[in-house]
Design a binder for this molecule. Structure first.
Ligand code: OSB
Ligand code: MG
Length: 366
């Protein structure tokens, strides 16, 4: 197969609530969607780069530039037998993994549609449903947090992740433990601490967290190794894992005991499978993270999370946790037992809603 046309579009959707982390707050989702066309079939991908370079160095605008000027020409020149080839097709472009992932996932989706196989089966997934956790942003008060968590537990979520930062760590975690007993609980610091904060981080051991996600700098594996030796709580790396070699280095160094795989962060589904295989071979648990994706990216995350290695509930929440209206039909919907059953035909966008949420479109041809 050779691609005949690629549409890049920027979409903007309001979030149902403000989402705040240690790096900033947002009230809307702005991202690039990629539609890859060939042989009358189209495949969709979503770029997780945000408008600001705070979670990662990539932004919507850098990804737009790299997709238009470098990645699209590479795929137009390549004859594809399989979507897994995209990874090597892009190997001459350094970094820019969020841009790469968007087009790579569109190619996976295209192959699944063209072969009439559910994407999760094409990827080698063995489950047909995915267990869900939920990521709870920094709240205006401890009472507001407790109220929000109560709602999520009532809906069936199987794991609660609380965003923390200096000044919003002990109190919220202590309150959630006191109010909800031994619910599966974890914290995500998004790189808000330094090794100097060791005493504070050791105090978190008292809360029996499943893990603490990315406590230290986004690009620092060695300091996480020093920290892990002095914590009882497992460290899970997110930002620090850009590709399978980072995962291997982190595990070899003892920098983490769990890995959060986001296909949008690591360059796509093929790289995600490699990280998952490495972790499975070493007995390291993985789970699928998220970046507040629309239905398009959420569908890819859910498909990936059906692989055997994904043994922990991920940030693969119900679409309604984020959006009043989502772009896809159907939208990801969680049962009362905390799992999302995957539809055989995936999550294709609805053209009418797409048109309403699109800010700009660019059509590329070979
Ligand atoms: O660190 O996992 C993160 C959202 C945006 C950017 C980074 C992160 C997050 C989340 C929310 O934690 C995950 C989700 O529900 O999609
Ligand atoms: Mg994280």
């Amino acid at each position: 197969m050779r691609l005949e046309r690629i549409d890049l579009r920027v979409v903007r959707l309001p979030l149902r609530g403000r989402f705040e982390t240690s790096v900033g707050a947002c009230h809307e989702k702005v991202c690039i969607l990629v539609e890859a066309h060939a042989e009358g079939v189209s495949g969709w991908g979503e770029c997780v780069a945000e408008t600001e370079p705070s979670y990662s160095a990539e932004t919507v605008e850098t990804a737009w530039h790299v997709l238009r000027d470098f990645l699209a020409p590479l795929v137009f020149a390549h004859e594809f037998a399989d979507a897994s080839e995209t990874r090597t097709c892009f190997s001459r472009v350094r970094g820019n993994r969020m841009a790469k992932a968007a087009l790579e996932m569109a190619l996976w989706d295209w192959h699944a549609c063209a072969r009439n196989i559910p994407l999760h089966r094409l990827l080698g997934g063995t489950r047909a449903s995915v267990a869900c956790g939920v990521s709870v942003g920094i709240a205006p008060s401890v009472d507001a947090l407790i109220h929000e968590v109560e709602g999520y537990l009532g809906q069936g979520y199987r794991r609660i992740k609380v965003k923390i930062r200096p000044g919003w760590d002990i109190a919220p975690l202590e309150a959630v433990r006191a109010r909800f007993g031994d619910v599966p609980l974890m914290a995500d610091a998004n790189s808000a601490y330094r090794l100097d904060d060791l005493k504070l981080l050791q105090q978190l051991d008292a809360f029996d967290l499943m893990m603490i996600e990315q406590p230290l700098a986004h690009d620092d594996i060695p300091d996480h190794a020093i920290l892990q030796k002095q914590l009882r709580t497992a460290i899970c790396l997110d930002e620090s894992i850009r590709h399978v070699d980072d995962a291997r280095h982190a595990l070899d160094a003892g920098a983490c005991r769990i890995i959060n795989i986001k296909p949008g962060r690591v360059g796509g589904l093929e790289e995600s499978r490699r990280i998952a295989a490495l972790c499975a071979a070493r007995g390291v648990p993985v789970w699928c993270g998220g970046m507040l994706e629309t239905g398009v990216g959420r569908g890819h995350n859910l498909a990936l999370a059906t692989l055997d290695a994904f043994i922990m509930p991920g940030d693969t929440s119900d679409s309604r946790r984020y959006f009043e209206e989502d772009i896809t039909e159907p939208r990801a919907t969680m049962d009362s037992d905390g799992v999302i059953p995957l539809p055989d035909n995936g999550y294709p966008p609805c053209r009418e809603r797409l048109a309403r949420f699109t800010e700009r479109v660019l059509t590329l041809k070979p």
